[in-house]
Design a binder for this molecule. Structure first.
Ligand SMILES: NC(=O)c1ccc[n+]([C@@H]2O[C@H](COP(=O)([O-])OP(=O)(O)OC[C@H]3O[C@@H](n4cnc5c(N)ncnc54)[C@H](OP(=O)(O)O)[C@@H]3O)[C@@H](O)[C@H]2O)c1
Length: 332
């Protein structure tokens, strides 16, 4: 049989475009012993994939030009040579952007479909949810009454960070790129939300939103927002350095204020992290997030785009703020 697949056509310089993606029809091999044939249901598009499109050394190998792009996928088993995953099982795994693929059963995790919509295992109950969980609770360790600021607040990770910080009893301030997103954050229980694209003075807006200073900063974005938050840090502040999406398409190293003095004077702890640092604790994170979701304390907002051919557009939309919550493409 054959499948549609999306290859990396070329490495982007600056902001990626549709030219970086090539659609092709490829043969799908028959599954061997211990393998399953999968029909893709949902494809996750994530900002970290921008890094994998470049050749630069990082914590994960670059995509190869001329080879399929791969990432988080929810799929259904349609043929099986694995007792663990019979036909009809729904799984999540790191799989190519293809309509059909073959994988070793042991590289896949079964989705407990009775607990939540299957796509949530790419968002709230998957990698982004775990990123929010460990970054906020393990690195920032917020206490009730403290002020938590999260940038990229209306995205997959940020929305969960804000909700988790509210569960901890914190004052929560988010930044996001549209008035609709700001309104949604307030609806979700954020104490203050700022549209960083229209606010004339982000430093002033943040200072007004955090009158007692900032105890925890969950940084998804970097750049000017982060520069402004650093001026508001309280003594013994904690910063979880999760992402720097404002710089992912930069062609030169962005220059900015040197923050070390501010961190020093406030005895701030700043820690970069990759969610896979916490791999051994993922079951704990999924369990706790699932409990809070079941109790109605966490919402799993998604922006779902339909159609395999829309995957590149959904990915590119991450850099223009098209998504609220987790960006997912529904394939079948
Ligand atoms: N450390 C880890 O293990 C880990 C794991 C997952 C994600 N991350 C990082 O966490 C961050 C959020 O990831 P996510 O999956 O939750 O993505 P996301 O927030 O759902 O999607 C990206 C969002 O970033 C915002 N954005 C895009 N360009 C921007 C810019 N130049 N300046 C400010 N905001 C911009 C857009 O929202 P606006 O409308 O608000 O601009 C967009 O919707 C990313 O930096 C990602 O790389 C890190």
């Amino acid at each position: 049989m054959t499948t549609n697949t999306i290859l990396l056509a070329s490495r982007p310089q600056g902001v990626p475009t549709a030219a970086q993606f090539q659609f092709e029809t490829r043969e799908v091999p028959a599954p061997g012993a211990g393998q399953v044939l999968l029909k893709t249901r949902y494809v996750s598009v994530d900002p970290y994939m921008r890094g994998r499109m470049s050749a630069a050394k990082s914590y994960v190998a670059p995509f190869e030009v001329g080879q399929p792009i791969a990432g988080g996928v929810v799929a259904e088993v349609v043929a099986s040579h694995s007792e663990a995953l019979p036909v009809g099982s729904v799984v999540v795994g790191n799989l190519p952007w293809q309509e059909f693929s073959v994988a070793d059963a042991q590289t896949l995790n079964r989705v407990p479909a009775d607990r939540a919509p299957a796509s949530y295992f790419l968002g709230l109950l998957g990698m982004p949810g775990l990123t929010a969980y460990f970054g906020l609770l393990d690195i920032c360790q917020p206490k009730a009454g403290e002020t938590v600021v999260v940038s990229g607040a209306a995205g997959a990770v940020g929305l969960i960070v804000g909700q988790l910080a509210k569960i901890q009893g914190c004052r929560v301030v988010g930044t996001a790129g549209s008035d609709e997103k700001v309104a949604y954050l307030k609806e979700l229980g954020f104490d203050e939300a700022i549209n960083y694209k229209t606010t004339p003075d982000i430093a002033q807006a943040l200072a007004a939103a955090a009158p007692n200073g900032v105890d925890c900063y969950f940084d998804n974005v970097g750049g000017a927002i982060t520069d402004a938050v650093y001026d508001l840090l309280n003594k013994h502040a904690r910063i979880a350095l999760c992402g720097q999406i404002s710089t992912y398409n930069a062609t030169e190293t962005p220059m900015g204020p040197r923050p070390e003095g501010k961190l020093l004077k406030t005895s701030t702890k700043l820690q970069g992290f990759i969610v896979s640092d916490y791999l051994s604790r993922w079951p704990e994170g999924v369990q706790q997030l699932t409990e809070w979701y079941a109790a109605g304390k966490l919402k799993g907002e998604e922006t779902i785009t339909e159609g395999f051919d829309q995957i590149p557009a959904a990915f590119l939309g991450l850099f223009s703020g098209d998504n609220t919550g987790k960006a997912v493409v529904k394939v079948a």
